[in-house]
Design a protein around this ligand. Structure first.
Ligand SMILES: [Zn+2]
Length: 88
């Protein structure tokens, strides 16, 4: 079967569903070793993707998905920033 549409999809690390990139937030580790939001999907390094849904964002924090992926402490401010993104 040939796919006619070319919408790039990525997997949300919380619910493991494939979603269009525009519905996801990309997070990556910067040169200072901090986890940051990659707003333009342009930053290098290993990125992770999460849904822009309140459910996945809530579970992201509850299940410590980011801590496990990046093996570092995630500051409260990052979760607040993500919350602002999905509510804004
Ligand atoms: Zn999800």
């Amino acid at each position: 079967m040939k796919q006619s549409n070319h919408i790039p999809t990525r997997m949300c690390i919380v619910c493991m569903q494939m979603k269009p990139k525009k519905d996801l937030i990309r997070l990556t580790k910067n040169n200072q070793g901090e986890i940051v939001i990659d707003h333009n999907y342009k930053m290098g390094g290993r990125g992770v993707w999460i849904d822009k849904t309140p459910d996945c964002v809530a579970l992201l924090k509850k299940r410590k998905c980011l801590e496990r992926k990046f093996k570092c402490v995630i500051p409260e401010e990052l979760y607040e920033e993500i919350n602002k993104l999905i509510n804004g």
